[in-house]
Every structure is written in C-alpha cells, then in structure tokens.
Design a protein around this ligand. Structure first.
Ligand code: UP5
Ligand code: MG
Length: 197
C-alpha cells in the first residue's frame, strides 16, 4: 500500500454542488493535488488510442457510473504521477458502495470526506447555466435528470456510510462562492490541526 501514508480526502456531493470549484481553491491554500474522477474520465475518453472512449462517452451522457476498474486505474496512475505530494483531493469519487470498497481495499482509505450539500433545484439551475458554455455532453436537462437519479440511488448512500464512520464534513453549498469556500477552508484548517499537520 504505497499510498497509506498519504492524506486522501474524498470530495462528494450532487452534480454541480461545487466540488470542482472548491477543490481548486483548496489546492492553492493547502497544497493538495486535485484529482477529479470525472475530469480523468473525460481526458481518457478524448485520447485517440483509448480502448474505453466510446464506453466512457456513453456512461457520462447517460449519467451512469463507469465500471470502477477503469476509474480506479486512472486515479491510481494520477496519484503515482505525484510521488512528491502527500495530500490528495479525490473529487467525484467514490460514487457507489462497491467503488468505495474497491478503492479502500486496493489503494488506500480516505481520512476525511467533504460533502457539499445542496437542494436539487439549485443544482439544476447551476448546471443548466453552466451548460450554456461548458460543452459538457451531460449538461442538458435529460442527462441532468439521469445524473440526479444515480446520485440519489447510488452515490448518496456512500456519503451516509462515511458519515456513520464519523468522517464527513457537511458544507452547505447555498451562498456565494466565497462564503461556501470560507466555510470549507475553516473546516480544513481544523482537520489539519486535529491530525497535527
Ligand atoms: N457554482 C459553484 N459554486 C457556486 C456557488 N456557491 N454559487 C453559485 N454558483 C456556483 O460547479 C458547478 C457550477 O456551479 C459551475 O458553473 C460553478 O461556477 C457554479 P462545480 O464546481 O463544477 O461543481 P461540481 O460538483 O464539480 O459539478 P460536476 O458537474 O463536475 O459534478 P458531477 O458529479 O456531475 O460531475 P463529474 O465530473 O464528477 O462526473 C461526471 C460523470 O462522470 C458522472 O455523471 C459519471 O457518468 C462519470 N463518473 C463515473 O462514472 N465515475 C466516477 O468515479 C466519476 C464520474
Ligand atoms: Mg466537477
């Protein structure tokens, strides 16, 4: 387990809840390496030689969860690209209980989980707005509805399971970007103090 000594934090929450936005700021303030599973899948999909391109495109458009062997492989490789770093934010992963177990069994355990809590109505508004310019194949009303369904059925139970282990920091994503981040930053400062870093 080469990653056991690393501080891995999962960043979870519904589609459009601000995982990417807040992760980017945590990178500058806390020296994390930010790995978005969705971004890694989108990059892999674009690689001309990838054997998974079409499969990934289909799963993302349908709001379904790509088989975890693929995603965990991408995450593990990306972590190995940063041997110097001992802090990782894993954004948008794990998305179901099977993935969570597979990652913890084969890579490492997360020390903490950031959960961006947000009502669906606000998520919908933000995603439709982003869809005007994002070029993402899943920022349209049909795909968004499917993403919400997968989140409720498969992904939210992962957050609940981590909450039972006492690992979850819940942050409301209602409020300005600065307000949400300030709350996130305060929790992160407290966490690093707790673990003596
Ligand atoms: N915004 C953010 N915060 C705001 C605020 N406080 N006030 C106002 N606006 C705010 O934010 C979304 C939008 O909201 C942006 O326009 C932002 O400016 C604004 P963002 O930070 O991008 O939110 P995020 O949670 O990162 O949203 P994202 O769409 O990336 O979340 P998803 O979880 O849907 O997407 P992800 O890329 O993680 O996954 C996409 C797909 O990949 C999945 O549906 C699935 O098909 C596949 N996937 C897997 O199969 N397996 C995986 O492990 C991961 C992904
Ligand atoms: Mg994102």
């Amino acid at each position: 387990f080469p990653f056991d000594k690393k501080t891995v934090v999962f960043v979870l929450g519904g589609p459009g809840s601000g995982k990417g936005t807040n992760s980017a700021r945590l990178v500058s303030d806390f020296g994390f390496v930010h790995l978005s599973a969705g971004d890694l899948l989108r990059e892999e999909q674009k690689r001309p030689v990838s054997q998974y391109g079409e499969l990934i495109a289909h799963y993302i458009r349908e709001g379904l969860i790509v088989p975890h062997e693929i995603t965990i492989g991408l995450l593990r490789n990306a972590m190995m690209d940063h041997p110097e770093s001992d802090r990782f934010l894993i954004d948008g992963f794990p998305r179901n209980l099977v993935q969570a177990k597979a990652f913890e069994d084969t890579v490492c355990k997360a020390k903490k989980v950031l959960y961006f809590e947000c009502p669906e109505s606000i998520l919908l508004e933000r995603l439709l707005d982003r869809g005007k310019t994002s070029g993402r194949s899943d920022d349209n009303i049909e795909s968004i509805k499917k993403r919400f369904r997968t989140y409720v059925n498969d992904s939210k139970p992962v957050i609940d399971a981590f909450a039972e282990q006492g690992k979850v920091i819940t942050i409301s994503c209602q409020g300005t970007m600065d307000a949400v981040y300030k709350n996130t930053e305060e929790h992160m400062n407290k966490f690093f103090k707790e673990i003596g870093q």
